[in-house]
Write a protein that binds this ligand. Structure first.
Ligand SMILES: *Cc1c(COP(=O)(O)O)cnc(C)c1O
Length: 405
C-alpha cells in the first residue's frame, strides 16, 4: 500500500535505516562509550534476530510461559450501548504479569542470554517495567538491577515487593527529585561503567537505536496475532485500530500488524488535567522536535529546552516524549494521534468493568475511552482496541481518588 508517497509494503524492512532513523527521528545521541555499547547491541540483534534457534526459543517461551496468543474479546454489551459499531479488545491484560511489557522484556532478556551477558539493568518509574524485567531475568537466571527513585519506591510498595521476591536488586536513587528522570540517569551511569557484562533493557520504543527497532519487533507479535484473529473471527479487517501511547510500545506493536492495510489507526495520548504545559503528557500533540534520553523525537520541553514536567492519572503514560517511529508516522499522516483526559479515562475504566467484566489498566482505559467516542462518530463498522494491561494495580488509587462511579 502506498500512503502519501511512502511504500508500506516494505515499510517494516525499510525503517529504521541502518543508523536507526525513521525519517529525521531516532538515532543514537549518547556518549562515545555508550554509543559503542549500543552498536554492539545493534550488531548482535541484527544477527541473532534472524537465527532460527532464537526465533524458535522466543516462540516456545511466548506459548508456554507467557500464555500467548492472548485472545480477542468481542465487547458486545459495550458495543450495543453505543450504537451499531462493534468494539473488540486484544487482551494483553491476559499476558503473564498482566500487561504487554513482558513481550519485549522476554525478547531483551533472551538477547542478553545469546550475547553471553550476566546481568540486565533498567530504570523503572511506577515499577511496571521493573516487574516485567525482573520476571524475565528470573526465567533466564540473569542478575537484575532495577534503579528506582526513592519517592517512587515509597509510592509503589507492591511492585517493589514483587521485584524483590523475583530476585531483583532494587537500587534506590536519591538525587534530585528522586523520581524517574534521576533513575534513568543512574541506570545509564551504571550501564556505562559495566557494559561488557550487562545489557540495558529499555521499557518502550524509546531510547537510542536499536531499542526503538527491537522493542517494536518484539511487540509486533500483538499486531500480527490480532490481525489474524480478527480476520478469523469476523471475516474482515477492523475499520479502526486504537491504542494508548506513552513511550509507545503497546501501540507500535499493535500498529505494526496493520500499517499496510486499509485500516484507520489512532494513537491516544494522555491529556491529564488539560492542555497547559505540566498538566498532560501528550507529547506528539503538543510537543516539538528535540533530543532527549539518547534519541531525537517530538517532545515536551521546559523553558531551558530540557524534558518538561508531565502529568497523567496513568503513571505508565507520563513520559515527556514518545518513540521516534511515532513521530515519523505522525508526520506521514499514517497514524492519527489524539488525546483523552483523566475524567473520560476514569469513566471508561468503570464502564468496561461494569459492562464487560474486564478491569483495564488506567493506561489502557485511555484507549477504551477514545474508542467509545470514535464509535459514536463512526456510526457503523468495527474498532479493535489494544487492551495493554489489567487494572488490579490501579484499583486502590481509583477508589480513593475518584470513588465508585
Ligand atoms: C507501561 C504501560 C503502558 C505505556 O507504555 P507504552 O510503551 O506506551 O505501551 C501502557 N499500558 C500499560 C498497561 C502499561 O503498563
Amino acid at each position: 500500500m502506498n500512503f502519501n508517497g511512502t511504500n508500506f509494503d516494505t515499510y517494516l524492512k525499510d525503517y529504521p535505516d541502518e543508523k536507526g532513523y525513521f525519517g529525521p527521528y531516532g538515532g543514537i545521541y549518547v556518549s562515545p562509550e555508550l554509543k559503542a555499547a549500543m552498536e554492539e547491541i545493534a550488531d548482535a540483534y541484527y544477527t541473532i534476530c534472524k537465527s532460527r534457534k532464537f526465533i524458535a526459543e522466543l516462540r516456545r517461551i511466548r506459548k508456554e510461559f507467557q500464555g500467548r496468543p492472548t485472545p480477542i474479546s468481542h465487547l458486545e454489551r459495550l458495543s450495543a450501548s453505543l450504537g451499531n459499531v462493534q468494539l473488540y479488545a486484544k487482551r494483553e491484560d491476559l499476558n503473564h504479569t498482566g500487561a504487554h511489557k513482558l513481550n519485549h522484556c522476554m525478547g531483551e532478556a533472551l538477547l542478553a542470554k545469546y550475547m553471553g551477558k550476566k546481568k540486565v539493568i533498567a530504570e523503572t518509574g511506577a515499577g511496571q517495567h521493573g516487574v516485567a524485567l525482573a520476571t524475565a531475568a528470573a526465567y533466564f537466571g540473569l542478575e537484575c538491577d532495577i534503579y528506582m527513585g526513592q519517592v517512587d519506591i515509597e509510592k509503589q510498595a507492591p511492585n517493589v515487593a514483587r521485584m524483590k521476591i523475583l530476585g531483583a536488586n532494587v537500587i534506590p536513587v536519591t538525587e534530585g527529585l528522586a523520581t524517574l528522570k534521576e533513575a534513568v540517569d543512574a541506570a545509564f551511569a551504571a550501564y556505562a561503567a559495566d557494559y561488557r557484562n550487562c545489557i540495558y533493557c529499555i521499557g518502550s520504543v524509546v531510547g537510542p537505536h536499536p531499542f526503538p527497532l527491537m522493542v517494536r519487533d518484539f511487540q509486533a507479535v500483538v499486531g500480527i496475532e490480532a490481525r489474524e484473529q480478527f480476520v478469523e473471527m469476523t471475516g474482515e479487517l477492523p475499520d479502526a485500530v486504537v491504542a494508548c501511547v506513552g513511550g509507545g510500545s503497546n501501540s507500535m506493536g499493535m500498529f505494526a500488524g496493520f500499517l499496510n492495510d486499509p485500516v484507520k489507526i489512532y494513537g491516544v495520548e494522555p491529556l491529564g488535567r488539560g492542555p497547559a504545559l505540566g498538566d498532560h503528557a501528550a507529547s506528539l500533540t503538543y510537543g516539538t522536535e528535540g533530543v532527549m534520553h539518547g534519541f531525537n523525537s517530538i517532545m515536551l520541553k521546559d523553558e531551558k529546552g530540557g524534558p518538561a514536567p508531565v502529568y497523567s492519572v496513568a503513571s505508565g503514560l507520563d513520559y515527556p516524549s514518545s518513540g521516534p517511529e511515532h513521530a515519523f508516522l505522525r508526520d506521514l499522516g499514517r497514524v492519527q494521534y489524539d488525546v483523552i483526559g483523566d475524567e473520560e479515562t476514569i469513566d471508561a475504566f468503570f464502564t468496561l468493568s461494569r459492562m464487560e467484566g474486564i478491569i483495564p489498566a488506567i493506561e489502557s482505559a485511555h484507549a477504551v475511552a477514545y474508542a467509545m467516542k470514535l464509535a459514536k462518530e463512526m456510526g457503523r463498522g468495527s474498532i479493535l482496541i489494544n487492551l495493554s494491561g489489567r487494572g488490579d494495580k490501579d484499583m486502590d488509587y481509583v477508589l480513593s481518588h475518584y470513588g465508585l462511579r
